[in-house]
Design a protein around this ligand. Structure first.
Ligand SMILES: [Zn+2]
Length: 290
């Protein structure tokens, strides 16, 4: 009887010390809770002690964490490319305390498989069988884009949740496997808004315009650098309202919609590129961010 009591006391003491440990443990949460290939993810972290910096690594990408002063929670954007195979991938966290002590933590984040539909589309023949001259322009465009994607701001320019670039129904979603003119296959790496030509298009967040020019496939195209490797791209515009080098605020008009480039008709194509991979804009627009 007495030993039973002692055991009970021992268990109580142990559970007491366990809950004390839990209160000073790492907590990691993420949104969306159900992560699929192609999805952006916002990761929130509370560290066991106050830290002056937090860095992370997930799926081979470096994550830059910022501290939300209101909740004292660290947050970072991350993402799983369309090619990510289903599985559980470790998120590595490294922090430095205000006293200079290094802290590390690991948590696995599961990525589920999303099946994307396949559609057949018709476009003018030059977009599937370009002439040598058009091919030269396509090659030149690639160089222009590669250059633009190289010079990115390491600092976070975006702030708060992302805003839709237009108030309009979605006409095509991200990830669709498209077959143009029965031959050329390409993945739809953006989100299409059904807007008539001439509709104002707004920046989804704050950033710097790193590209505003006419390209063969993209048509008149604006690319905004939001910092930390995050870009937003606006395609097929009829008119530019910004130029390269401009700083833009969230909701600022950057152009008018149109149907320039490889488009089946007037619409706005919004793409989100993060550290070299295209992510589902619809999920990014739905995330609540500090
Ligand atoms: Zn599109």
């Amino acid at each position: 009887m007495r030993s039973c009591l002692l055991l009970a006391v021992a268990i109580l003491l142990q559970s007491g010390s366990l809950s004390a440990a839990t209160a000073t443990d790492w907590t990691v949460s993420y949104s969306p809770v159900h992560v699929v290939n192609g999805s952006p993810v916002v990761i929130r972290v509370n560290t066991p002690k106050p830290v002056r910096s937090l860095a992370g690594d997930w799926l081979g990408h470096q994550l830059a964490f910022s501290l939300d002063p209101h909740t004292k929670t660290w947050f970072a954007l991350a993402g799983a490319s369309l090619e990510t195979k289903p599985g559980s991938y470790p998120l590595q966290l490294h922090a430095e305390t205000t006293a200079g002590q290094g802290l590390s933590f690991e948590k696995k984040i599961a990525v589920a498989h999303q099946r994307y539909p396949r559609v057949l589309l018709k476009v003018p023949g030059r977009y599937t069988a370009p002439s040598p001259e058009e091919q030269r322009q396509i090659d030149q465009d690639k160089k222009i884009k590669d250059e633009a994607f190289k010079t990115l701001s390491a600092d976070r320019e975006w702030e708060g949740s992302f805003a839709a670039p237009a108030e309009a129904p979605i006409s095509d979603v991200f990830g669709v496997q498209r077959v143009f003119n029965g031959s050329v296959q390409s993945t739809h790496q953006g989100l299409d808004f059904r807007v008539p030509a001439g509709t104002p298009v707004a920046a989804v967040n704050r950033g710097q315009v790193i590209l505003a020019r006419s390209l063969f496939f993209e048509g008149n195209c604006v690319v905004i650098d939001h910092g930390q490797g995050l870009l937003s791209l606006y395609l097929h515009l009829s008119k530019f309202l910004v130029k390269e080098g401009d700083t833009v605020e969230k909701h600022q008009q950057i152009g008018l919609s149109g149907g320039t480039g490889r488009a089946t008709g007037p619409h706005l194509h919004l793409a989100v590129r993060w550290q070299g991979v295209y992510l589902n804009p619809q999920i990014l627009l739905g995330l609540r961010l500090p």
